[in-house]
Design a protein around this ligand. Structure first.
Ligand SMILES: [Fe+2]
Length: 155
């Protein structure tokens, strides 16, 4: 499976959110590499879990940033995040219930879905908040100051 690459055209103009997107791409690439090798089932498990945790962290940061500048599309955007997290959580669960069947779960279709989803999400949905966030000092401050611990309080 071809690896994903971050490029300048994916930039949302906020260094912390760009860094998050690069990390999500790195995890998906790692998952793709691990899935090619049956002896690396433990690594696949770790990558799936990392994808869930990092997606939750990143989405929480992004939502805080959008809220800070009162971005009007925030509710629809949050819905997209929720659907993605639910899908990745379900994947983690299925993997735990049937580690032997991991090759069937983490297959080409899934990897393509992850790549397409993230690409589309960054280029279309995330780009939509770009101007509003860039124009808002509060939003940029929210991106900078967001801490992982806040996801337990965000509900
Ligand atoms: Fe997003």
């Amino acid at each position: 499976m071809a690896l994903m690459h971050w490029s300048e055209k994916m930039s949302v103009g906020v260094p912390e959110l760009d860094a998050d997107h690069k990390e999500l791409i790195r995890v998906i690439n790692q998952l793709s590499t691990d899935a090619d090798d049956d002896s690396r089932r433990g690594a696949v498990r770790q990558s799936l879990f990392a994808l869930l945790r990092y997606a939750e962290f990143h989405f929480a940061r992004e939502e805080k940033v959008m809220a800070a500048c009162s971005f009007p599309g925030i509710e629809e955007h949050k819905e997209e995040h929720r659907d993605f997290v639910a899908r990745i959580r379900d994947l983690n669960q299925r993997f735990d219930e049937d580690p032997e069947g991991s090759a069937a779960i983490v297959n080409e279709d899934l990897l393509r879905f992850l790549q397409d989803w993230l690409n589309h999400h960054i280029l279309i949905e995330d780009k939509a908040y770009c101007a509003a966030v860039k124009a808002s000092p509060e939003a940029r401050k929210a991106a900078k100051s967001f801490k992982a611990i806040e996801i337990w309080w965000s509900g």
